[in-house]
Write a protein that binds this ligand. Sequence first.
Ligand code: PLP
Length: 374
Amino acid sequence: MKQHIYADNAATTQLDKTAFEAMTPWLIEEYGNASQPYAFARKPKKALAEARCTIAECIGALPEEIFFTSGGTESDNWVIKSSAFSDSEKRGMITSTFEHYAVLRSCAAIEHLGYPVAYMCPTKEGYITSEILWKYITDKTRLVSVMYANNEIGSIQPICELCEIAHTHGALFHTDAVQAVGHIKINVHELGVDFLSASAHKFNGPKGIGFLYIRNGVELLPYEDGGAQESAHRAGTENVAAIVGMATALKTNCDLLEQNQQHILNLERHLVTQLNEAGVVYKRNGGDSKLPGLLSLSFPGKDGETILHRMDLMGISISTGSACDSVNTEISHVLRAIRLDEDYAKGTIRISLGKNSTEADAEKIGCALIRIVS
Ligand code: PLP
């Protein structure tokens, strides 16, 4: 049987076995509603509190600064819409043109209601620099939202510097760190951000669960109204199993962060060397500061969709644009934002290696690509 090679870890990751095992008791035996006052709710309540502490520790936050959500999309929607609707003289919002659609479409929704949104264009290498933000920010800016790492090209943004500029203008700062959490070291206090979005299925946790970090003292209106869960900030019965799975997966990844990074970087080097030695003509998108293992490769004169399907026939899963965009054969908004030549943009694929990728996988991906594009 043909062995499947998974190289689309930016779309989702394999659930860690330890996370899966940590989840099962909360589905079968300890299924009580964590918000109930009786004894049967005590264990799930304790599990929630422990998971919150674990997650907070992994990103340098306090437990009370972590709010569980259904994932990255909800966290992004919550920050952008709720900040806009807060009563304030400051109504302006600034984001970038190459954010995930969870941010871009939330911004479009508030724009539709009359809130002004400005869109910063990244450099051709895929960065929002301080100079760019300086051109847009005013004293009317309420929120700046810039992603930590781009999901298509992997470029890591200078969040600390951007955040400082926002704060000097009395604006709040949000980062969509869905691609970064659990993969690179993140400390919210060192960064200085007010809000940070994360999603468990991107760091070997379960799907449909994530969190929003809200800095202590920063007011944010609840996004989902109903019960008093999550300190009356996010209503809905807590998904204890998924939350425990998320905390376990994040801790596992954070404990082995450098080891995983080294492993993934070695595979990445192996793959790039193979392509270079074979004399393949391509461009790697994104500048020097990138997520380990995320390769956005553009082959001039080729068609990314065709490469994806031929790789698929060889048992290799990769991506063209972002996963949420995979039915759309048009050039992605990210590649447009970095002003990639059309000829290159059409021939772009995304390979995203993960901690479970092996050297044999990298070798096979390289061989398959060389065969297809040569
Ligand atoms: N933000 C970024 C940067 C992403 O890459 C994704 C998923 O691809 C999301 C947000 C949405 O996250 P979720 O799938 O948890 O809703």
